[in-house]
Design a protein around this ligand. Structure first.
Ligand code: PMP
Length: 368
């Protein structure tokens, strides 16, 4: 029984199953940890320096709700190629903060929000927190966007569609044709398209494409967490149509207030740091894990992010993950990201030696 003081929204969802794996990891001596959704590299030095400098020079008070002007200017430069007249940008507390604000701004009780299954764990919970109804729609073959399924799932209550490319947990970057099709569908049905682009810097085979290119009213949410290894610094940004941005800012004013002020100066410095070597390194890790597993596991080769989502070779997710944990290997059961207990997530954001140990254990498990 829940505590009588607690609001119903607190029991509308479970706490993330990923946390349980993290707790297990903390107890192991030398875990092979392929469960973590953040880069294994540290924040680049110039970005650290910019943070220290901001703190030292007293930029420690509140910033404007929308973020510091030079960072917004730099972000405006980045989104200028979209060429949308009605598009503004603000700085938020991580992509998660942006997602919270977008859903709070859009969702009335009972409004439906469509997203693809497998999905990022926060989507169904955040939709419920905002009073909405999560509508997961299975991905197409190869974890692609299935536009027909989305079209069939749209009802008069549909308020938004969330797209995440490259995706967590599959690592799949949708094709330009599919992104265009879903963008045009949202436009035709007068439904808001929310594009979670947190992995936009991690594209391995084709250039990154934003669906906002094909739909001027798209709300785009991105951040520095993954690209610059800054997950603990809580810095993201949102851009979209002015009126929607204004509503989100009103909500930010009375919730997050502003993104951490000194971190915003670090974010400005981060925009000048070339991360292409880190991305090339991660492409190499992608190749390493795929080469190590593809003869024994059924998997879609990820072309983005830093995850692989192979099919379970046997048993339920629980059975397989337990056998992995007995061998000190930490991976995440697919049931955390999906209504189907058929796959598991590997994060390849790890040292190559750890990856090799993980590959060895996974090969042994598949043959069991
Ligand atoms: N969206 C997706 C798809 C993610 O994987 C994550 C992080 N795991 C986030 C959003 C949240 O990122 P942030 O640290 O910017 O809040």
């Amino acid at each position: 029984m829940a505590h009588p003081w607690l609001a119903q929204r607190t029991s509308a969802f479970d706490s993330s199953g990923i946390r349980k794996i993290f707790d297990l990891a903390a107890k192991m001596r030398s875990p092979i940890n392929l469960s973590i959704g953040q880069p294994d590299y540290d924040v680049p030095e110039p970005v650290k320096e910019a943070l220290f400098e901001a703190v030292r020079s007293g930029r420690n008070g509140y910033s404007a709700t929308q973020g510091i002007a030079p960072l917004r200017e730099a972000l405006r430069g980045r989104i200028a190629p979209l060429g949308h007249a009605d598009r503004d940008v603000f700085v938020c507390s991580g992509t998660s903060g942006g997602l919270v604000l977008a859903l709070m701004a859009l969702i009335d009780p009972g409004d439906e929000v469509i997203f693809f299954d497998p999905y990022f764990v926060m989507y169904p919970s955040l939709v419920r927190m905002a009073g909405g109804v999560p509508v997961p729609v299975d991905c197409g073959p190869g974890f692609g966007i299935d536009v027909d399924r989305v079209a069939a799932a749209i009802t008069p209550r549909t308020k938004a569609i969330i797209v995440n490319s490259p995706a967590n947990p599959t690592g799949v970057q949708a094709s330009e044709a599919d992104l265009r099709a879903i963008a045009e569908l949202a436009q035709a049905k007068n439904v808001c398209l929310i594009s979670d682009e947190i992995y936009s810097q991690f594209s391995y085979d084709e250039p990154f494409v934003s669906p906002a290119r094909f739909n001027e009213r798209t709300i785009v949410i991105d951040g520095f967490s993954k690209s610059h290894g800054m997950t603990g610094w809580r810095l993201g940004w949102v851009h979209g149509p002015q009126e929607l941005i204004d509503a989100m800012l009103k909500l930010q004013q009375y919730t997050f207030v502003c993104a951490p002020h000194p971190v915003q100066w670090a974010g400005l410095a981060a925009m000048d740091v070339d991360m292409s070597r880190a991305v090339a390194d991660y492409r190499g890790k992608r190749d390493r894990i795929v080469a190590g597993l593809k003869d024994l596991y059924e998997l879609t080769v990820p072309n983005g992010a830093f995850y692989v989502f192979p099919k379970l070779p046997w048993g339920s997710g629980d059975e397989f993950i337990r056998a992995a944990i007995e061998r000190e290997l930490l991976i995440i059961p697919g049931s955390i990201f999906s209504r189907h207990d058929t796959h598991f997530r590997i994060s390849f954001a790890a040292d190559d030696k750890v990856l090799d140990r993980g590959i060895e254990v996974l090969r042994e498990l598949a043959r069991r």
